[in-house]
Design a binder for this molecule. Structure first.
Ligand code: MG
Length: 303
């Protein structure tokens, strides 16, 4: 939490009002400045005048506006088995793209769980003796995104939004102290098509996310998303203010290696014990209890 217009740091602000921007138009100088947040009447914070402060006193009443800007939390959602569940669709698209790009039928598809589209593509090509040259990978990626777009109307029939996901996105989306995006193994075009098909796109800022064709491995995606969010919002998101939510040990590892805290959800193939063992700060069985999800996300962020 920081003050704009408080250059001498006359006031210190306790944590607890992260993300709130407050403009105060009163004479400053009292020992305690009580600030009640406008978005929730139940939360309040006091900005305390520093006891040993000996520098210049706060501005006079004609120049008494004080803006308090809080630290926001960047929430990065994994998509598959965290927000939505789909089966069959990706495999069909991969098969048709494989045939179109390489001229041969796809006999095996690499393991997809928790991995990036780039890693899946590279391994699938190699399984068939095809070299993953930059040109081939680019052609494959473009064809994958085009394949999803061409069949976007069919997407809902292949899957569903997981219980509580929409409400959780909505609840966090109303908070001024949260920026929501995605950290997913899906390439960007596919991520957008999937979330749009299920009506979840309006809750996330795709520009602040990172995707499965940005890098083969997941951990570098976290730093990339943090950098994109920082550029977009003009503030830093560090390890304590970035929270990744995902369903696999690979998500947990990515978060920790890439600089984020992790809330794991056991709605994929990993159970609560496996996700705890992977080191997740917090593990939820699912997203059904919205207040638990919000508390988990903001709790690990503040911890
Ligand atoms: Mg997943």
């Amino acid at each position: 939490m920081a003050f704009r217009g408080n250059p001498h740091r006359t006031y210190s602000v306790p944590p607890g009002l992260a993300g709130i921007v407050v403009t105060v138009r009163h004479r400053l100088g009292a020992d305690t400045l009580q600030i009640i947040s406008s978005w929730s009447g139940t939360r309040a914070a006091a900005a305390r005048k520093r006891a040993h402060y000996s520098g210049p006193q706060p501005g006079n009443p004609t120049d008494s506006s004080l803006t308090m800007r809080g630290v926001r939390t960047l929430v990065l959602w994994d998509i598959d088995h965290t927000l939505i569940e789909m089966s069959g669709f990706s495999g069909e698209i991969y098969a048709s793209v494989f045939l179109a790009v390489t001229g041969q039928p796809m006999e095996r598809l690499a393991d997809m769980s928790g991995r990036t589209d780039l890693a899946i593509t590279v391994e699938t090509l190699r399984l068939h003796g095809v070299a993953p040259t930059p040109e081939t990978l680019q052609a494959f990626g473009s064809a994958l995104a085009a394949g999803f777009s061409a069949r976007r109307e069919e997407i809902p029939a292949y899957g569903r939004v997981l219980a509580g996901a929409r409400a959780a996105l909505e609840a966090l989306g109303t908070r001024p102290d949260v920026v929501q995006s995605v950290l997913t193994g899906n390439m960007e075009g596919i991520a957008v098509e999937k979330l749009t098909a299920f009506g979840l796109d309006r809750f996330v800022d795709f520009e602040a996310g990172a995707y499965g064709f940005d890098h083969t491995d997941r951990p570098p995606l976290v730093r990339l998303a943090r950098e994109r969010a920082a550029r977009k919002y003009g503030e830093d998101f560090d390890q304590s203010t970035t929270v990744l939510i995902g369903d696999t040990p690979l998500d947990v590892e990515a978060g920790h290696r890439g600089g984020a805290r992790v809330v794991a959800v056991a709605t994929g193939s990993s159970d609560v014990e496996a996700l705890r063992a992977a080191g997740a700060e917090l593990v939820l069985t699912d997203l059904r209890e919205t207040s638990d999800v919000v508390r988990a996300v903001l709790g690990v962020s503040a911890a």
